[in-house]
Design a binder for this molecule. Structure first.
Ligand SMILES: Nc1nc2c(c(=O)[nH]1)N[C@H]1C(S)=C(S)[C@@H](COP(=O)(O)OP(=O)(O)OC[C@H]3O[C@@H](n4cnc5c(=O)[nH]c(N)nc54)[C@H](O)[C@@H]3O)O[C@H]1N2
Ligand SMILES: Nc1nc2c(c(=O)[nH]1)N[C@H]1C(S)=C(S)[C@@H](COP(=O)(O)OP(=O)(O)OC[C@H]3O[C@@H](n4cnc5c(=O)[nH]c(N)nc54)[C@H](O)[C@@H]3O)O[C@H]1N2
Ligand code: SF4
Ligand SMILES: [Mo]
Length: 744
């Protein structure tokens, strides 16, 4: 047996650790996966999910050919040509009869991990021209996109903690030790957090659960779910009251400081203590420590986004940093500089679109092109949307029946569609409702580039990864499937669409003021070659990008060829200050008190008294080491072990509610109920229970044998109510759901 070792990055989570994959080519088998000690980013680190690549590749339940549902509900394997002809005909007919809005799309999380999927999704959406676009974003980071867009002019230019150079890390609503860090791409993030303390710094966690990250911390404070905006407003009140505001160079390009002072004035630590559950002296001490530590990060993630005041909390995190000189500075929150050039200085962004399209059932506005994920069901149902209903749906790498609010309602609504196509590698809780499932290549079969996560990393880098096995004959990559679907809907060919896209891109890069000004679009096209697909587009972006060779013969600089030759990741240096250069707001200044955001403050004020009194039980989520949202439960080694989908309850609550360890509890919210196994734990704040999402592998029609047997669990999103929203972003409230709990 000859074993070859291939170096590549792990495509499963944002950390993008470097792996050494041991391959037996003769047997077409991965024999071992280990951390790559030569990878300067991950230095040999890996987590159990590194195995996912192999597990998914080998999974007998994974789909390898298109499946078409028969009138009797059974599935038939079909050829790709038939699949595309069928999809094109159905989608085109529906669009012609009922308009572009009759065809909806839901884009899921794994899209971000595959360069082809990502580049062609943008393109696909443009070709489809539907205003009915949904994605996992409104169950995730969308409040951040909205605040970034309004404050700095670019919703996708994320601000990331410079964790390796900070002396104080305040972690709110995130559990990086388990999630491996989100919007803070740092392989072995647990070590990076321990290192903060090792060099004399401090780690503070603010979370309704004493998490695995809290276990490493100097301090942990319980916070009532959904009340982070009160807590942060109080910190800011303290900054102003105690003369801790230090704008430094930001004074020259920041508007709205006085307004922020006025707007936060009433939120004193005393005023918010009952609502947040955090004592006034603790809030004051935290505010002082943060303001006085030169290198400090105030970081928030899922717990500060998918909650009642996600936009306000996300906004206040940035406001606190800007007011105290902790923004765009070394050791603080900083902007990465990806090699593909998305965050370069550029023209002013047009105003953020709000309400250019409104949903039929509830009149919800699109916000920067997104509709709330949980509004999908009502948009499909004839009883709520009538003639204007959504009649066709394309899901791409998504499982909204488990990942979006009120899964039962969505599952029922999917049955009302005239046509549904799922681009997915499994027949799961969502794709089983489709008329057609189109499986794509998996990561071992494709070259990749860490495209998305080079925009969210705590140290700049660029990395290409090789394919490990050749794609089976005839199999299609995600981007090819999207391109074929787009061509089918528009009655054209993939080649025509693809060439048009490349022409538009090369024209853009050679325009006056663009990075390749002076070159001809034809010369750029000749240089990147005529092999269709994401790699020539990537090459174009890299070469025209900030570290690129700009298509100069023999010039040093990045290109696809240079990255391929490199093998491992290319170090592009630590994060550097980038403001005001990259601002794309109308006046190239930071809008600290943008009226669209501050308009939500009355909603925050209105419920303060009530939030300070109520004793209602609130449900939050939790992530676990061996899960990746809903889709790794079918991998035997990752699904093994004890039942993971348990309801965590504080002992005092358990006693009061009559719940016992190992017993079962009925958990009910407005949108539904589940019966879950109870686990009693001191790690929960009183009045708060936690249930992980991504489970509920109990639906007929799915083909996930191991998941159903080993980790069926219950669907936490049956309890997530599709109606209430974080208003400014249209994001759902997956944390802080009012529930009633009783023993079964
Ligand atoms: N209650 C609650 N709900 C949540 C969250 C929470 O914290 N609490 N978190 C939310 C967040 S942050 C997110 S991102 C969403 C995630 O929710 P989704 O975006 O729906 O993602 P997954 O549930 O992970 O489903 C991914 C799908 O992609 C498929 N897939 C995997 N790899 C590939 C591939 O290479 N190609 C193709 N074509 N398909 C592939 C899988 O089979 C699976 O069907 O869930 C959200 N839902
Ligand atoms: N192993 C694993 N890793 C993953 C994923 C996975 O499913 N499994 N999913 C990936 C995805 S898609 C994402 S988006 C990231 C998410 O990355 P993280 O945000 O780091 O992940 P979570 O574990 O959801 O952390 C949310 C934390 O918020 C807390 N919380 C809940 N409500 C509140 C609140 O109101 N206020 C505060 N302050 N805290 C609150 C919860 O107790 C929890 O500890 O993880 C990614 N990594
Ligand atoms: S931490 Fe993320 S990137 Fe690293 S091995 Fe685990 S799943 Fe892969
Ligand atoms: Mo996510």
């Amino acid at each position: 047996m000859t074993i070859e070792i291939v170096r590549r990055s792990c495509p499963t989570c944002e950390a993008c650790c470097g792996l050494r994959v041991h391959v037996d080519r003769a047997a077409q088998r991965v024999v071992r996966i280990e951390g790559d000690p030569e990878d300067f980013r991950s230095r040999g680190y890996l987590c159990p999910k590194a195995y996912a690549m192999k597990g998914v590749y080998e999974d007998p339940d994974r789909l390898r050919t298109p499946l078409r549902k028969q009138p009797d509900g059974t599935w038939r394997t079909i050829e790709w040509s038939e699949a595309f002809a069928y999809a094109g005909e159905r989608l085109r007919t529906i669009r012609e009869a009922h308009g572009p809005a009759s065809v909806g799309v839901f884009i899921g999380e794994p899209t971000g991990h595959n360069v082809g999927a990502l580049l062609y999704t943008t393109f696909f959406m443009r070709a489809l021209q539907t205003p009915r676009t949904f994605s996992s974003a409104t169950m995730d980071q969308f409040p951040k996109n909205v605040t970034l867009r309004l404050m700095y002019g670019d919703g996708w230019m994320f601000v990331i903690p410079d964790v390796r150079r900070t002396d104080l890390f305040i972690c709110m609503g995130a559990n990086p030790v388990v999630s491996q860090g989100s919007l803070m791409g740092t392989p072995d993030v647990g070590r990076a957090l321990r290192d903060v303390r090792a060099r004399g710094g401090r780690l503070i966690v603010i979370d309704p659960r004493r998490t695995e990250t809290a276990a490493l911390a100097d301090e942990h404070h319980f916070v009532r779910p959904g009340t982070d905006a009160y807590f942060l407003a109080a910190m800011i009140q303290v900054f102003f009251a105690e003369g801790l505001v230090h704008l430094g160079r930001f004074a020259a390009f920041t508007d709205g400081i006085e307004e922020v002072r006025e707007l936060t004035q009433a939120f004193t630590p005393e005023a918010v203590a009952d609502a947040t559950g955090i004592a006034p002296d603790v809030i004051r001490a935290l505010a002082r420590e943060y303001a006085r530590t030169p290198r400090a990060c105030l970081y928030g993630r899922i717990g500060t986004c998918t909650q009642e005041f996600g936009t306000l909390a996300s906004w206040l995190l940035d406001v606190a940093a800007i007011l105290t000189g902790h923004f765009d500075e070394v050791g603080c929150m900083m902007f990465p500089r990806p090699a593909t050039g998305q965050s370069e200085p550029g023209p002013v962004a047009p105003e953020m679109s709000v309400g250019a399209y409104r949903t039929i059932a509830r009149g919800l506005p699109e916000i920067d092109g997104q509709l709330p994920a949980g509004a999908m069901a009502e948009e499909i149902e004839a009883r709520s949307a009538g003639e204007g209903r959504m009649r066709a749906l394309i899901t791409a790498a998504a499982n909204p029946v488990l990942s979006a609010p009120n899964g039962d309602r969505l599952a029922a609504a999917l049955g009302e569609l005239d046509f549904m196509v799922a681009v997915d590698i499994y027949r799961n809780e969502t794709s089983s409702h489709a008329d057609l499932i189109l499986p794509t290549l998996v990561s071992l079969e494709e070259e990749n580039f860490d495209f998305t996560y080079a925009t969210t990393c705590s140290h700049n880098y660029a990395r290409w990864s090789p394919a490990i096995f050749a794609a089976p004959t005839g199999a299609r990559a995600h981007w090819e499937v999207l391109l074929e679907l787009a061509a089918g809907v528009n009655g054209t060919t993939p080649a025509v669409l693809d060439d048009a896209m490349v022409q538009a891109l090369t024209a853009g890069y050679t325009r006056p003021g663009a990075s390749c000004e002076g070159k001809s679009p034809e010369a750029l096209r000749a240089a990147i070659g005529d092999q269709r697909g994401p790699l020539r587009i990537l090459d174009l972006m890299l070469r025209a990008g900030p570290y690129g060779d700009r298509f100069e013969d023999g010039a040093p600089g990045l290109s696809l060829r240079a990255l391929r030759a490199q093998g491992g990741p290319t170090d592009l240096g630590p994060l550097e200050p980038r403001l005001p250069g990259v601002l794309k707001t109308p006046n190239q200044r930071i809008a600290l008190a943008h009226p669209y955001i501050t308009a939500d403050l009355p909603r925050l004020r209105a419920v303060l008294a009530e939030r300070s009194r109520t004793e209602r039980m609130l449900l939050i989520g939790r992530r676990q080491e061996r899960n990746m949202n809903s889709w790794l439960h079918n991998i035997d080694v990752l699904a093994s072990g004890r039942t993971r989908c348990t309801l965590l309850v504080n002992p005092a609550d358990a006693a009061r509610l009559g719940l016992t360890r190992g017993g079962k509890a009925r958990v009910r919210s407005r949108s539904g109920e589940v019966v879950a196994d109870v686990e009693v734990s001191e790690e929960m704040m009183r009045g708060v229970v936690s249930l992980p999402h991504g489970f509920g592998h109990v639906r007929a029609g799915a083909q996930l044998a191991i998941a159903a047997r080993k980790q069926p669990g219950v669907n936490a999103n049956q309890l997530t109510d599709e109606l209430p929203l974080d208003a400014p972003s249209g994001t759902h409230i997956a944390n802080g759901i009012p529930v009633e709990i009783a023993p079964v």
